[in-house]
Design a protein. Sequence first.
Length: 146
Amino acid sequence: MTSNCVVNRVTDSDIGLSDQDIDRLIDLVASHQHVPVEHIEISLVDNAEMQRLNHQFRQLDKPTNVLSFPQETNPVFGDIIIAVPYATQEALSLDRSLSQHFSHLLVHGFLHLCGLDHVDEVAADEMETVEIHVLKQLGIPNPYED
């Protein structure tokens, strides 16, 4: 499965995860969701690129931490875009390590590729439950607890 995940490091900022760490994380979430991975592109971009994408696809003229663009949900095929400076600042303000926070964002983004969303409270609870479970398997504490 790992050969189906491509990481594009558009920015050279450290996220605390190697490409191999990212492959293992994607494999774990795919296994948990019982879905094969056809192809995933993960792009680590700067805030300006994220703002451009967020404006183009969501009509929000500001950066965000992660965007997902699913093409297929089973097998999973799509793109995950993470704004490294934005997410790094988030990690610092939340007092989390880079590896923990970027792992959470990758899990979150992958679940969007699988069709999960947080459009309402029920859907958000379901998505958060999966995130918490997968992150726990990685030794990462619940990101939704203070």
